[in-house]
Design a protein around this ligand. Sequence first.
Ligand SMILES: [Zn+2]
Ligand SMILES: [Zn+2]
Ligand SMILES: [Zn+2]
Length: 404
Amino acid sequence: MTDFDLHIHGKHSGGVSPEMEIPVIAEEAEKKGLDMVGTGDILNPKWLQHVKEETIEKNGYLKHRDIKFLPTTEVEDEDRIHHLIIFPDLETVEKAYQDFQELSDDIRREGRPRIKANGEKIVEIAKKHDCLIGPCHAFTPYTAVYGKKDSLKECYGDQVENLDFLELGLSADSEMASKISEHKDLVFLSNSDAHSPWPHRLGREFNRAELEEESFEGLKKLFKGKAGELRLNVGLDPREGKYHCSACNSCHQKYSVEEAKDFDWSCQECSGTIKKGVRDRVNELSDKESGYSVDYLHLPPLAKIIQYTVGHASPTTKTVQDRYETLNKEFGAEIDILVEKDIQQLAQVDREVAESIRKFRNDEIVMIPGGGGEYGERIIPEDTEEKKEVIENRKDEINCRYRS
Ligand SMILES: [Zn+2]
Ligand SMILES: [Zn+2]
Ligand SMILES: [Zn+2]
């Protein structure tokens, strides 16, 4: 089995941690239990140079320690829609760079270059170079295909048939995406879009597949349905995403779509603007029942589970980090701890965290959905009594509405 995360950013991109460098990413990916990671930002000349210095190019991947990196980039088109491109090798990156640089003013300095072309043209260039391509975080309201267009066809024109995958993004999962019939031949990817290497970011969403080989070719065959099989998507509960419910951009008050329409998308609490959430957007676009054969496991990263358990405001406090390291040293890769390890065994090292992991696996958690740019919140109740109480007290928020 191969666990992989294909969408991250390097340190030269805006808002990215300076620690986002190949050696650190590789070390953290190992702790996490990832096998393959996208390099991100590979069209950026400085990042390309760094990747060349820090990896050894093999047949179909780049290697640092035990991690296989694939050359990837995100690009932004003229409609501000984001696309993810996976390159077969570094030679191809340099050839494709020639085509993209003619259409971009910022490709030399940005990690995610803006390309003065539409989605159709960008797929055309990617395919000319035998790359793999698909829309990024497809349902994000600002910089993604369904934020701007009503269908893939509207964005990609005749090139829609050449798409290889669809990246779900943090606010959606495969159940939601499968309600749109245009997606039926696409593999759904859950990637992290990490801007820092720490374990609550890198691999916070990842994919598990049986690949014929761990390489570009292996992925290509998977996407084409020729060999290999996607086994699992793992990621946040879509309700945890920042744009799940329709909600006010300023104060984050949630609204049902009917309420929002009644109020003309103006917040009743602060007069801010109500931003339509992914849940309501998917319902608007959906033309079929949901149905998808690959399981989607809703699990936050271990550091977040520890954070919720100890009640800290951030997953990067020393207490959270220490408890993470202890579990990591004792039991190995985080993915195994979250998904496979026996709870009794985990409890011998950290009883409280083991109990939280059990509750997450058994869905005994209450989720307060996100919206209007604010992440959702998970509450770990003591017992079923407390769970009932939380659900009752916060039922409007839980159901994404203003008033019941
Ligand atoms: Zn993006
Ligand atoms: Zn990104
Ligand atoms: Zn408001």
